[in-house]
Design a protein. Structure first.
Length: 274
């Protein structure tokens, strides 16, 4: 375990790259692991964030070399992305498909070993969470872990309500065909159902979760939990996508769809957090 101190100069992962940063505060998470409030050099203070130990590296020659290697690989990957164009709303889409058209992918490739290029793209699955939602995540973390304030459940609107509203929005915007939209939303719902009890809870929330599950009588967890736990899912999405057995083109599509959903949530932020 590396030892890091307040005001120490470090390197910190933000997306696929390493950036120079400084440790502003040091604390322990609910499970007694080190967490750090970091400030990125040259960035506004609004970008300061709490990060786990896994995202922080010592400032030394070895890690500086790693920083440059990641930067070089990222640059090469961006150069090779000539098949991707940008839509009018800023979302990346492949040149082989248009909006509202069903996506097809070669099922025969699903059993093939991942190439080095595929693995690099997985490392670069950068899902940017809007700044105001990052602040909500920090507030949520402090309220639960520091202030010991459990969220009252069930929440309204629920995760199911939010996904229903987004589905209606996506239909109106014609961002994808109906079948693809249903598959994506069902996939997000399934991820949440499977992971809320294992990956999206703070330690203090586990007893509440067990009580709810025992009394739910088959009720979906998406109907019980709300925006706070739903947003935590997207913090984990880059890790989940790195483990998913899907091709790079589909990863691009999923990343852009998740980003669109987060923008939708941001547009309804006051409603969902009221």
């Amino acid at each position: 375990m590396q030892t890091l101190e307040k005001d120490e100069r470090i390197l910190c992962f933000h997306g696929p790259l390493l950036y120079e940063a400084k440790i502003v505060k040091v604390d322990l998470s609910e499970d007694q692991k080190p967490i750090y409030l970091v400030h990125y050099k040259g960035w506004k203070q609004t970008w300061d964030e709490w990060v786990p130990e896994e995202r922080v590296l010592k400032w030394n020659d070895t890690n500086l070399q790693k920083q440059q290697q990641l930067k070089d690989m990222h640059g090469r990957r961006k150069t090779s992305r000539s098949s991707i164009r940008t839509g009018h709303d800023g979302a990346s889409i492949t040149s082989s498909e248009s909006r509202g058209r069903k996506r097809h992918r070669d099922q025969s490739t699903s059993d093939k070993p991942r190439s080095e290029d595929d693995n690099l793209w997985r490392q670069e699955f950068g899902l940017v969470i809007p700044e105001s939602l990052k602040s909500r995540l920090v507030d949520d973390w402090e309220n639960v872990t520091k202030n010991k304030e459990l969220l009252p459940l069930p929440r309204q609107p629920s995760v199911s309500n939010i996904l229903e509203q987004y589905t209606q929005y996506a239909r109106e915007q014609r961002t994808m065909d109906e079948e693809t939209l249903e598959q994506v939303v069902d996939g997000i719902r399934l991820y949440f159902e499977k992971l809320v009890g294992t990956l999206l809870l703070y330690q203090i929330e586990r007893e509440q979760f067990e009580e709810l599950r025992a009394s739910a009588h088959g009720k979906s967890l998406c109907d019980i939990y709300g925006i706070e736990h739903f947003l935590r899912l997207f913090v984990q999405m880059p890790i989940l996508m790195n483990q998913a057995n899907v091709d790079p083109e589909t990863l691009v599509f999923l990343r852009d769809t998740f980003a669109d959903l987060l923008r939708f949530i941001q547009d309804h932020e006051e409603e969902y957090y009221s």
